[in-house]
Design a protein around this ligand. Structure first.
Ligand code: ATP
Ligand code: MG
Length: 577
């Protein structure tokens, strides 16, 4: 491609809304364009990179025996009603009506659609296992679209669904997909970690997330360097401190005027925070968006609540739980803002962290303005409807597997693999006939990759203060030849010869033949992140060009032939990985 004819539009200014490097550089390089909040289009260079990521995914999926299909983004409500997700999915589901007022959604994922295809078209054990996938635009009306392609409302996802005869078959399909994902993200040049993830209230089966490590990631992960443990912070099991079994002292009320937070109460009463109980108060909403009931979670005062664990314990969907309006909650449950404890609370679901029953004589709110209770004991003074691990694991906490201190990292989930089991085949009636002509439920797995999010994650990990540094495998072009003076015949001829030879060798080359100042051209080459730049300038007359790798500062002076062989070698070595 000649840049004089290319549709590129790099920006000098940082667009106001862009906060993180990938968003800034994808906009500044002109690879993506915003349509409205969370909705982006891809310009030629962006489209090329996207296609390369898609091609890597296709190659690896196909090599593993998966087959690509393409379903419609418009999905009928009936399928979602069958699976129960029409209501359970919540406001992220982008609902639309046709002219006859029939309900549809723009697919955020496609378990129902794929289950429907397979229940209709596959009925014998001979046709299983099967893995079908698509690379398709998905829609989620995210509450907070942000960070450009990272969390958008329209995005491209590769979603695959495996269909097996039994659990052993699913285990194998899952193992194969895990390997595929590892190869895909390696080929994309990402630094990532597969981590155990939360399967939600609904699933309860194995699931792993592939988290690309980056500073601005939205996902916290915890891992252990002494053993293999690696999990999302949501999923990581908390470890209870050892039971103390101290003698229970008589409960007593103490005045704690103005001391509402754990810090204030601990300071006022001169107690360590470990001797206090923290209350977190929630409202559970019904499908009509009304408060159906209240819930209180109690954990040791120095702990953080893991909301995902609470949601799972309550067996509800994520969007149904919100922090309570404490004044309203008080009239129903007797809670008092800043002074709520487990004693005296009523008409409320009470979930207690598993650590609390083993600890004695703790301090908790008295459910009375300005008062706390001392020597509160589980069993004697209060009980929980549910007692379970509610703790958020953090750096330094003991590893739930080996006990060594945990480490934490940030990242962004680029892919997830999930053992669905028979959740969808049961609700939607997907059966096959086994060898004995008996009907059996199909056992399913699902496997997603955020294709556009992967593109952003690659930039997040590969950029400097001048722009993107694309890994060769996904670069929009491999080489850019910068003509310092396009109207100088010697420079032009050499540049054109190189350009033609590179293309003849299958290298994706750009020729910057624009009538622009050299500085502008260099800046653009850097912003666009082209891995190799060959500059043809004054020394062309002596058969010397400059050869520079985007990620290095070193500039080599090479002859035309040497530049050609360097480029070939560099591109091929990188593509071999
Ligand atoms: P998240 O927790 O980040 O919202 P998710 O668990 O809802 O993700 P999945 O339903 O597993 O995501 O979707 C599969 C993949 O699609 C994710 O691993 C992620 O890479 C991508 N993805 C999900 N939501 C978005 C989004 N709003 N924008 C871009 N990519 C997304
Ligand atoms: Mg999500």
């Amino acid at each position: 491609m000649r840049l004089s004819q290319a549709h590129i539009n790099t920006l000098r200014e940082v667009p106001g809304e862009a906060e993180i490097p990938s968003h800034i550089w994808l906009l500044r390089s002109g690879m993506i364009r915003k349509m409205v909040s969370g909705v982006y289009g891809f310009m030629p260079f962006g489209r090329r990179t996207l296609r390369k990521i898609e091609a890597i995914i296709r190659e690896e999926m196909d090599a593993a025996g998966a087959q690509e299909i393409l379903t419609s983004a418009i999905q009928p409500a009936e399928l979602w009603q069958e699976s129960g997700r029409w209501s359970a999915y919540g406001p992220e589901l982008w609902r639309v009506k046709d002219r006859h007022s029939r309900d549809f959604c723009l697919g955020p994922t496609a378990e129902e659609v794929f289950t429907d295809i397979v229940r209709n078209e596959v009925n014998s054990y001979r046709r299983l296992p099967l893995n079908l996938y698509q690379i398709q635009t998905k829609y989620r009306d995210e509450a907070r679209p942000r960070y450009g392609l990272m969390r958008s409302r329209e995005f491209i996802m590769k979603d695959a669904y495996s269909f097996d005869r039994d659990v052993e078959g699913l285990d194998e399909s899952y193992r194969v997909m895990r390997e595929v994902y590892t190869r895909v993200f390696n080929r994309c040049g990402l630094t990532f970690r597969p981590v155990e993830a939360d399967s939600g209230a609904m699933g309860g089966k194995d699931t792993q997330e592939f988290v690309a490590l980056c500073e601005y990631g939205e996902n916290d992960i915890v891992y252990c360097e002494s053993c293999e443990m690696a999990a999302t912070a949501e999923r990581a099991a908390g470890v209870d401190v050892a039971r103390t079994d101290d003698e229970m002292l008589p409960i007593s009320e103490v005045s704690t005027p103005g001391a509402k937070t754990i810090d204030e109460v601990a300071a006022y009463l001169k107690l360590p925070k470990e001797k206090t109980i923290k209350a977190l108060l929630f409202a559970i909403y019904d499908e009509a968006g009304e408060v159906a009931e209240y819930a209180a979670a109690f954990i040791r005062g120095d702990r953080e609540l893991n909301k995902t664990k609470l949601i799972n314990a309550l067996g509800i969907a994520e969007h149904m739980l919100e922090f309570a309006d404490e004044a309203k909650m008080g009239t129903v449950t007797g809670s008092v803002a800043g002074y709520t404890g487990p004693v005296g609370l009523h008409d409320c679901r009470v979930v207690v962290d598993s650590e609390l029953p083993g600890l004695q004589n703790l301090c908790a709110g008295a459910c009375k303005e300005g008062y706390h209770l001392l020597n509160v004991n589980y069993g004697r003074d209060y009980e929980g409807e549910i007692v379970t691990d509610l703790k958020l694991a953090g750096a330094g906490d003991p590893c739930p597997v080996c006990g060594k201190p945990l480490l934490t990292a940030r990242g962004i989930e680029v892919g997830q693999i999930f053992k669905l089991g028979t959740k969808y085949s049961e609700s939607m009636g997907a059966y096959y006939k086994d060898e004995n002509q008996e009907e059996q439920l199909i056992v399913m797995g699902c496997y997603g990759i955020g294709v556009t999010r992967t593109m952003a994650a690659i930039v997040e990990q590969n950029h400097d203060d001048k722009g993107i540094i694309w890994p060769m495998s996904v670069a929009p072009y491999h080489v850019i030849i910068t003509l310092v003076k396009p109207d100088d015949k010697v420079q032009r001829d050499l540049g054109e010869r190189l350009y033609a030879s590179l293309i003849a060798e299958g290298i994706e080359a750009l020729l910057d033949d624009r009538d622009e100042r050299p500085g502008v051209k260099f800046n653009d080459a850097d912003i666009l992140g082209i891995p190799i730049r060959i500059t043809v300038g004054k020394k062309a007359a002596d058969d010397i060009v400059e050869y520079k790798r985007r990620e290095k500062s070193e500039v080599l002076e090479l002859s035309e032939r040497e530049a050609m062989s360097h480029a070939l070698a560099d591109v091929r070595a990188a593509m071999r990985g």
